[in-house]
Design a protein around this ligand. Structure first.
Ligand SMILES: [Zn+2]
Length: 123
């Protein structure tokens, strides 16, 4: 009689298998302007309302030089820029980020680790 070498049957864990987001219950689309001026619609999908994930998307977009592409009238745009605090170093309007206003001027191409260095001014 030959010895049985087949591995014992593993119970199939069908309940724990994550679905590949077929119908994401939560999705959010943001319109952004690329550094070259293209308008993109970026959609984030998640199984639940994921604000932290959205903030991470914002951070990555801003880090890549993308800007919010809001469809506002010129007057509203001017008003928004007028209300933005100015960077005392660069005398430029700051941008609104996750932690408040920040200056988006790049002051050095490399901080020693390959990442660009941005103005540290915040408001
Ligand atoms: Zn600055």
């Amino acid at each position: 009689m030959a010895a049985q070498t087949a591995a014992p049957q593993q119970p199939t864990a069908t309940t724990a298998t994550p679905a590949p987001l077929p119908e994401a219950p939560f999705s959010a689309t943001v319109r952004v302007r690329s550094p070259r001026g293209f308008i993109w619609l970026v959609t984030a999908r998640s199984l639940s309302v994921n604000v932290t994930g959205l903030e991470a998307v914002e951070e990555r977009l801003l880090a890549a030089g993308f800007e919010p592409a809001e469809e506002r009238s010129a007057a509203q745009v001017a008003q928004g820029e007028a209300s933005a605090p100015m960077c005392p170093t660069h005398n430029k309007p700051m941008k609104r980020g996750r932690r408040g206003w920040f200056c988006s001027v790049q002051v050095a191409p490399d901080d020693g680790t390959g990442k660009p260095v941005y103005c540290k001014c915040t408001a």
